[in-house]
Design a protein around this ligand. Structure first.
Ligand code: GLU
Ligand code: MG
Length: 450
C-alpha cells in the first residue's frame, strides 16, 4: 500500500486519529497520534520524537545514555503496509514505525530497522524465514484495592473455561481477522484465567508487527468486557507462566519449499534445520536477555514449568528450549517447524525475533550441530548427564542473562553499539529498581504493563 492509499482509506473509514507506534527497549508499546487531516504530511515527514524514549524503563525512569537525553530528535516514520483500521476502537487506525535519524537513515537504536537488516542477511543467504509468536495470556479482574485476580478457576482445556472465555475470545478472533491476522487454534491453558490463541506464521517483520497488534487487541477487547488482559511472563506466583513461544522455519527464495524438511531424518529435520537450531542453542544464554527481558521473565523460566529452563533440544519435548514440533498429518513438508520456548511477551518483538534469526543464521555459517536431541525432561538428568550432552541451565535472573549478553561479542556486533548499550541501560535499571522493591510491586507493574 502506498501513502496516498493510506490517507484515502483512513478518510473513507471516518478515521480521526492515527497511531504511530513503536516498541521501546523496555518492551513497552508507545506512540504518538496524528489527526487524519495531517496524515498526508506525516506520511512524508513522520512525527518527531525525543530519542530519550529509547532510554526510558518500565517505570518511566529515564536512564543516562548520552545520545538519549533532552537534546536531539528522531522521527517516527510509519510503514504504509502496516496501516490497519482498529476494529476495537472506532475512528482510530494504527501503523508501525521505524525510528529514523534526521539524515533520513534508520536510527542506530531502531529495533524495527534491526529486524529488517537481519531479514536482509537471511535473503543474501537465499533464505526466507516464516515465523510467528504463539501467545498465552491471562484474563483477570481488579478488586477495589487494585489487586488482580484470575477471571475464573477453571481447569486446563476445560469446557467451563471455554464457556467463560468465549465471548471475549470470539471478539479477539474477529478483531485479529479484521487486521489481517489469521487465528489458528484456541484453548484455555493451565493457569486460572489463562488462554492460548495461536496465529499463522508470516514473514518476520509482519510477525513482529502482528505481536504488537495482538498485544494491543487482546488488552483492548478484554477491557471492553470489563476485564484486564495480561501477558506478564508470570502473572501470579502460584499460577502457570505466560509463554510467547516463537515458531520458525526456513524457506527457499521463492517461499515455496520448506528447507527444514528432510523425509529421511528421524525427526524429518534437515541439516540446515539442525544448524539453525544449533546457532540458537549456542547463543541462548545471552539471547534470553532479549527474548525473556523482564525481571518477571525469570520467575517463569524455571525447571518443570513447561517453559524451558535448559539449553536443551528435542522432538516434542516441552521442557526443551528448542522443540522440534511434530509434523501435521496431510501437510508434512510445509508444517515442519521449530519452537523457541524461552520467549515471552515482555520482549520487544523486533529485537527478539531479529536476535533469534541472527543466532540461527550464525549456526548455519558455522555449520554447527546440536550435541544431542533430548527426549526426557532435562531436569530429570543428573548434572553429569547434562554436562555430557552440553545442556546448560539458562540464566536464573535478568541480571545473569544481561551479564551474558553484555559479554557476547556476537550480539554486540549484530545489534550495534547504541542499540545494545541503551538496551543494557534500561534493563539494568529495571533489575535494580525491582530488586529494591517487594515482590508485589514487581507483579503489579509487569501485570499491568504487559
Ligand atoms: N505456559 C507454558 C510456558 O510458560 C507453556 C505451556 C505449553 O503450551 O506447553 O511457556
Ligand atoms: Mg501453551
Amino acid at each position: 500500500m502506498n501513502s496516498e492509499e493510506v490517507v484515502r482509506q483512513a478518510q473513507q473509514a471516518g478515521v480521526e486519529l492515527v497511531e504511530f507506534l513503536f516498541v521501546d527497549n523496555s518492551g513497552t508499546i508507545r506512540g504518538k497520534l496524528t489527526h487524519v487531516d495531517h496524515l498526508a504530511g506525516r506520511m512524508v515527514g513522520g512525527i518527531g520524537l525525543t530519542p530519550a524514549m529509547m532510554a526510558m524503563n518500565l517505570l518511566d525512569q529515564l536512564q543516562p545514555v548520552p545520545e538519549m537525553g533532552p537534546v536531539g530528535e528522531v522521527r517516527l516514520m510509519p510503514d504504509p503496509d502496516s496501516f490497519r483500521i482498529l476494529p476495537y476502537q472506532p475512528r482510530v487506525a494504527s501503523m508501525m514505525c521505524d525510528l529514523l535519524a534526521l539524515d533520513h537513515a534508520p536510527w542506530s537504536a531502531c529495533p524495527r530497522s534491526f529486524l529488517k537488516s537481519v531479514v536482509q542477511q537471511a535473503a543474501t543467504m537465499g533464505l526466507q524465514v516464516r515465523t510467528t509468536y504463539e501467545d498465552e495470556f491471562t484474563l483477570a479482574q481488579a478488586d477495589e484495592e487494585g489487586t488482580y485476580h484470575p477471571m475464573d478457576e477453571a481447569l486446563c482445556f476445560s469446557s467451563i473455561a471455554m464457556d467463560a472465555g468465549n465471548p471475549i475470545i470470539l471478539d479477539i478472533v474477529s478483531a485479529l481477522k479484521a487486521q489481517g491476522i489469521q487465528p489458528e487454534q484456541y484453548y484455555p491453558e493451565l493457569g486460572h484465567g489463562q488462554h492460548e490463541l495461536s496465529i499463522s506464521p508470516t514473514d518476520p517483520l509482519t510477525a513482529a508487527d502482528n505481536q504488537v497488534r495482538y498485544r494491543e487487541t487482546v488488552r483492548a477487547v478484554a477491557k471492553r468486557h470489563g476485564l484486564v488482559a495480561s501477558f506478564a511472563p508470570k502473572p501470579f506466583a502460584d499460577e502457570a507462566g505466560n509463554g510467547a513461544h516463537i515458531h520458525f522455519s526456513l524457506w527457499d527464495e521463492a517461499g515455496q519449499k520448506n528447507l527444514f524438511w528432510d523425509f529421511a531424518d528421524p525427526h524429518h529435520l534437515s541439516e540446515l534445520g539442525y544448524q539453525f537450531a544449533a546457532g540458537i542453542l549456542h547463543h541462548l544464554p545471552g539471547l534470553v536477555a532479549l527474548t525473556c527481558p523482564s525481571v518477571n521473565s525469570y520467575r517463569r523460566l524455571r525447571p518443570q514449568s513447561w517453559s524451558s529452563a535448559f539449553t536443551a533440544f528435542g522432538p516434542d519435548n516441552r521442557e526443551a528450549a528448542v522443540r522440534i514440533a511434530s509434523i501435521f498429518w496431510g501437510n508434512e513438508e510445509k508444517s515442519i517447524n521449530m519452537e523457541l520456548k524461552a520467549s515471552d511477551s515482555s520482549a520487544n518483538p523486533y529485537l527478539a525475533i531479529g536476535a533469534v534469526i541472527a543466532a540461527g543464521l550464525d549456526g548455519i555459517r558455522q555449520a554447527w550441530r546440536p550435541t544431542a536431541t533430548v527426549e526426557v525432561d532435562p531436569a530429570a538428568l543428573t548434572e553429569e548427564q547434562r554436562e555430557r550432552l552440553h545442556i546448560q541451565r539458562l540464566p536464573g535472573s535478568l541480571a545473569e542473562a544481561l551479564d551474558v549478553l553484555e559479554t557476547n561479542s556476537f550480539f554486540r556486533e549484530a545489534l550495534g553499539d547504541l542499540r545494545l548499550r541503551s538496551f543494557m541501560a534500561v534493563k539494568r535499571s529495571e533489575q535494580a529498581a525491582f530488586a529494591q522493591a517487594e515482590d508485589a510491586f514487581e507483579f503489579k507493574h509487569h501485570f499491568y504493563k504487559f
